[in-house]
Design a protein around this ligand. Structure first.
Ligand SMILES: [Zn+2]
Length: 470
């Protein structure tokens, strides 16, 4: 999950219908529905579903399958997939009357490894303190799994008949290879084929400094990941008799040229709308510059002022940055080899081949070899159907009145990449709010506000029922 939002966030409270203060939340009596959702989250946290423990990932998926079957979803509609050894996923389907194409919902059950010594709470034990649930995966992305599983169970028990099939896809390797999503998007396509997908693993709510909801982000695109290796070779020799060609110096000069270059600003329709709506939340020069970007007719000066913020810079243009450097083999020898890794994050819609060509032009040195370490997998920006946009804006306004819905480009990737690549538009709508100091995905003492978590369950109930109302 990529949750690094553009602006400072502070905690928000929640749906007005739930709790007024996160601080009191762990003392409150939960409704039966909230208790069930908490139990699902607790059960999920206690599986150590990391890359090192595929059997735990499988067990977590089986536990979710058992709950769905227990709620009455037929066995033929709850499928555990295993496209490769040790890689698992789950697809569940609630059958509808098929007036519309199916709606796909997404979450992942795997988590990043956590070392218990550094945590205040053991990472794979469910903790509850000061208005938060603690545990690895509370943010990324087991809350999303719990939201989907609890709502599918509820809808099944309410005998809700949607006007389209509702599909839930839980993957077991989002944090690593993403092979399960890749397989489902291609070979397993009939299991998950849908008009569009809603992803619990991106987007979501943002708070202002007064702990009030400020904006609701919907992830519509992700930057494309590509890594290159630059290798500078030289015959070497004794360092007491240097020659003009030196592998380290040649590589360093190439890196300086790459470092001094800025890719052009590229503003998609989604990014333009993001600026237009974000302008209303800002003040002074920043508000004026964002409003100007939002018109699509902007000056270089406005773009470059905004680009002083590294996050905004990253969503406005392709970036390529050196991330690793090695070279030489002895203190008193001329280096025979020097290498540098260049990691690029490409704006959707830009050809990766053009980015590579630009880098090669900047390097401009036949002594430096250029190889691809990780090939780009294209992930075109998703265009939101008007009806979906209208529905989401209305539901957000009903739950958190007055805040804007803002399209978001992630600077990293999720499983949504594979769906977009396969032609299924994806919209990231994590249904909960948090403050910037609470961003703990992949980090220590990961936690989610209790009030926010339960508001998220209710938000997803409304999303699912509204988008499939007969
Ligand atoms: Zn995630």
């Amino acid at each position: 999950m990529n949750i690094f939002n553009k602006f400072p966030l502070v905690i928000a409270t929640s749906l007005s219908l739930t709790l007024s203060s996160a601080i009191q939340a762990d003392e409150l009596v939960l409704s039966a529905q909230q208790q069930l959702t908490e139990d699902i989250l607790r059960q999920l946290i206690e599986f150590e579903s990391t890359e090192e423990h595929p059997e735990q990932t499988r067990a977590a998926l089986e536990a979710m399958a058992e709950r769905l079957l227990g709620a009455g979803i037929p066995e033929s509609d709850v499928v555990i997939v295993n496209p490769e050894p040790d890689l698992y996923g789950l697809v569940a389907r609630m059958r509808g009357i098929q007036e519309q194409q199916p709606l796909l919902t997404m979450a992942h059950i795997d988590v990043v490894t956590a070392s218990p010594d550094a945590w205040a709470f053991p990472p794979f034990t469910f903790g509850k303190k000061d208005g938060y649930y603690f545990g690895r995966g509370t943010q990324d992305n087991k809350a999303g799994v719990a939201h989907l599983v609890a709502n599918f169970m509820r809808l099944q028990q309410e005998k809700f008949v949607p006007n389209r099939d509702l599909i839930m896809m839980l993957t077991g390797d989002e944090e690593t290879a993403g092979r399960v999503a890749d397989w489902l998007a291609t070979e397993g396509r009939e299991l998950i084929n849908a008009e569009f997908a809603l992803n619990t693993d991106a987007g979501g709510g943002e708070y202002d400094k007064d702990f009030k909801p400020r904006a609701f982000n919907v992830q519509t695109s992700e930057k494309v990941y590509q890594t290159y290796l630059l290798t500078s070779n030289n015959p070497g020799g004794h360092s007491s008799i240097p020659r003009p060609e030196n592998a380290i110096i040649q590589l360093a000069q190439a890196l300086v040229r790459i470092g001094e270059y800025q890719f052009p600003v590229r503003i998609s329709d989604n990014t333009r709308l993001m600026f237009a709506r974000s302008a209303t939340l800002e003040s002074g020069q920043t508000a004026a510059d964002m409003a100007e970007m939002g018109t699509g007719n902007y000056s270089t000066a406005a773009a470059e002022r905004l680009a002083q913020d590294p996050y905004i810079n990253a969503i406005m243009r392709t970036t390529c940055v050196p991330t690793e450097l090695t070279g030489g083999h002895a203190e008193n020898a001329l280096p025979r080899v020097a290498t540098a890794t260049i990691n690029c994050r490409i704006v959707p819609g830009i050809e990766p081949a053009n980015v590579r060509a630009k880098l090669e032009e900047l390097v401009n040195d036949p002594a430096i070899q250029f190889t691809s370490v990780y090939d780009a997998k294209p992930s075109p920006a998703s265009v939101m159907p008007a009806a979906l946009q209208e529905t989401l804006e209305r539901l957000v306004d009903e739950s958190w009145p007055g805040i804007p819905v803002i399209p978001e480009m992630s600077t990293g990737a999720t499983d949504g990449l594979f769906m977009r690549n396969a032609g299924i538009p994806v919209f990231g709508v994590a249904g909960w709010f948090m403050r910037s100091s609470d961003i703990r995905a992949h980090g220590l003492d990961e936690k989610i506000g209790i009030a926010e978590f339960h508001a998220g369950t209710e938000f997803w109930y409304r999303v699912l029922t509204t988008l499939s109302k007969p």
